[in-house]
Design a protein around this ligand. Structure first.
Ligand SMILES: [Zn+2]
Length: 310
């Protein structure tokens, strides 16, 4: 059976026709009109028409970067798109004439990785997508955990530092301000401002504007401040996973997102912090911490599979 998975992010709409094995048969990409909800729905309808031409497509799954309600049809709010109480499921299904399932984008990614990526065969999974923020997805007993109102697994917004950095969600000191790509850059900028003599390589590469790529490259060249920023990320990540394991006791964590491309600079250290900080450590099995395998297509593959199982 073929279904279409669509991943609506703040800047682009990615979509693919996906078969039963989670393989993408054909793929397409469009820019997102983030400030125009009707145009976003039209864009989704347009990619669905394009991808279903000459094919028998059964349903459409949509991963949306926002708070999706418990009926999986309305996006209540989105930080980076103009969705407020947006009836996305109805709009798209009216346009394409196919069954449509809406899911939070991080949940769709977690589901894709669990079914067809790094979490294959696992029944209890916590997926962390480290990008600008932290996207979270939780699989319990082989099913996505959504919470009572569909708003569960916003793992990046647990407060870890009272009076800490201001978060995009409006709160203070959220985890994603300390263990995401944006956090890495902030940390490097802060330390470099205090101790420029330890950041010679980084400042030389960045030419005044420090971004994630420069921090990664400088760390690989031995820049002390960049390495310290990665150590900070590893500490916060490992501690956060230990806290999540105290609540959820997963069999595995999956770490993905853009930052995971630099996993060689932080993941082993995060594993050590996790093992050390885990409550009851030494008397319980250690959850595996795995790198995501599907990259940017996890959301498309996951949304398509959720549509198949609707
Ligand atoms: Zn927050």
């Amino acid at each position: 059976m073929l279904t279409i998975g669509v991943d609506i992010g703040g800047t682009k709409v990615a979509a693919g026709v996906v078969d039963d094995n989670g393989e993408i048969v054909e793929h397409t990409l469009r820019p997102t009109a983030a400030d125009q909800p009707d145009v976003v729905a039209e864009t989704v309808a347009d990619v669905v028409r394009e991808l279903s031409r000459g094919r028998d497509v059964e349903a459409v799954g949509v991963g949306a970067a926002g708070f999706v309600d418990e009926t999986r049809s309305v996006v209540r709010f989105a930080p980076n798109l103009a969705w407020r109480e947006e009836p996305l499921q109805k709009k798209i299904s009216d346009l394409v004439g196919l069954p449509v399932v809406i899911e939070n984008d991080a949940n769709a990614m977690a589901w894709g990785e669990t079914r067809f990526g790094a979490g294959r065969g696992q029944s209890h999974v916590v997926c962390l997508t480290l990008g600008t923020g932290i996207g979270g997805g939780i699989v319990i007993d082989g099913a996505l955990y959504r919470g009572r109102w569909g708003m569960g697994a916003e793992l990046g917004h647990m407060q870890v530092v009272p009076d800490g950095r201001v978060c995009g969600c409006g709160n203070i000191g959220c985890w994603e301000q300390y263990a995401s790509g944006q956090a890495l850059v902030k940390e490097a900028r802060e330390i470099a401002a205090r101790q420029p003599e330890r950041a010679e390589i980084l400042l030389g590469l960045a030419g005044g504007r420090i971004e994630g790529e420069e921090v990664t490259e400088a760390a690989r060249l031995g820049d002390k401040v960049s390495l310290a920023a990665f150590r900070s990320l590893a500490d916060w990540l490992g501690q956060g996973m230990a806290d999540l394991a105290a609540v959820l006791d997963p069999g595995c964590f999956i770490v993905g997102g853009g930052v995971s491309r630099a996993a060689d600079l932080f993941l082993d250290e995060a594993r050590e912090v996790f093992a050390r900080q885990l409550t009851g450590h030494g008397h319980r099995p250690l959850a595996e911490i795995r790198l995501a395998e599907l990259g940017a297509s996890a959301g498309v593959v996951g949304a398509a599979d959720l549509a198949r199982r609707r």
